[in-house]
Design a protein around this ligand. Structure first.
Ligand SMILES: [Ca+2]
Ligand SMILES: [Ca+2]
Ligand SMILES: [Ca+2]
Length: 299
């Protein structure tokens, strides 16, 4: 993510999306409209305590809360799955090997809401959609969400934010949601239900929450976003919290493995909480605490 970007003279045209059913993963595994993928993320608000805060005192005795944020750790992962936006990789994406590392925490402004940082880690950034210029080993691309566990998905997806090419002249921030001042999220259908979507740009993976408005060759540094034929539903792992990590080795955890298609050995046995770059990409430990990915609170 915090990757340089070459000033390109290259003109990368914006494809209108030749449709091919490549990849896409199992449809709707990230949460159907009944919340089936999300475990106990029903309208009862799961582990809400008497004070209304999620994971309040009434629920404390039943929690497994190794990252010590007040939320049940398994519930955190279930929410990250159930409220996952529709991830729309281009049908012609060439570098899709990857998965999501998440940090799930009580929302700082409203303890009845949950803030999720989704850090999409890839084996490769394959560079510009045309020409493959600027590719590198490893890639970290972040989007974030505010969710309301009291509402089933997708209604409970309150706000989304994505930042492409953060910290470079090519940075583009995009936000959407239900809170005051936000534009409603663009959607793609999951089982006939309009689902808020995130578009990782083809091969380079800069992320956008609105393809039509925010991701075009002229609005970006030649990023290209296309509608998928089915959502990508990647593996998701819960990183835990900075003071109390749940994971220190993404290979031992079964995430970055040859079985999952990863090939760059310098990415193996990566500790997401160590202050280091992810291959030739950005610093994941900084992604997970980056206030740029704070998302608003409302109901
Ligand atoms: Ca927890
Ligand atoms: Ca957590
Ligand atoms: Ca990238």
């Amino acid at each position: 993510m915090r990757v340089w970007w070459l000033a390109l003279a290259l003109v990368a045209g914006c494809s209108d999306g030749a449709v091919s059913p490549v990849g896409g993963g199992p449809s709707a595994g990230g949460g159907k409209s009944d919340g089936a993928g999300g475990g106990a993320s029903g309208a009862d608000g799961a582990a809400a305590g008497s004070d209304g805060a999620i994971g309040g005192s009434d629920a404390a005795a039943a929690l497994t809360d190794d990252d010590q944020d007040g939320l049940d750790d398994a519930q955190e992962l279930a929410w990250a799955r159930a409220y996952l936006p529709y991830i729309s990789h281009s049908p012609t994406e060439q570098c899709k090997t990857g998965g999501l590392l998440v940090r799930v925490s009580p929302h700082a402004q409203d303890p009845t809401l949950v803030h999720i940082i989704y850090d999409y880690l890839y084996n490769d950034d394959c560079g510009t959609a045309i020409g493959g210029i600027g590719g590198h080993d490893g890639d970290d691309e972040v989007f974030a969400a505010t969710i309301d566990p009291a509402q089933p998905p997708p209604a409970g997806i309150i706000a989304l934010k994505a930042i492409s090419h953060q910290g470079t002249p090519c940075e583009r921030d995009s936000t959407c949601g239900k809170c005051s001042g936000l534009t409603a999220c663009a959607t793609l259908p999951i089982a006939g239900v309009a689902w808020p979507a995130v578009w990782p740009s083809k091969d380079k993976h800069g992320s956008y929450v609105d393809r039509a408005d925010s991701c075009s060759a002229f609005a970006t540094c030649f990023d290209e976003c296309d509608d998928a034929t089915a959502p990508t539903v990647p593996e998701i792992v819960n990183a835990g919290e900075p003071a109390h990590p749940l994971i220190h080795d993404l290979t031992d955890h079964g995430f970055i493995t040859t079985a999952n298609g990863w090939t760059h050995m310098e990415l193996f046995h990566f500790d997401p909480w160590k202050d280091q770059t992810f291959g030739s990409a950005g610093n994941v430990s900084q992604d997970l605490v980056d206030p740029a990915f704070d998302t608003p609170a409302c109901h």
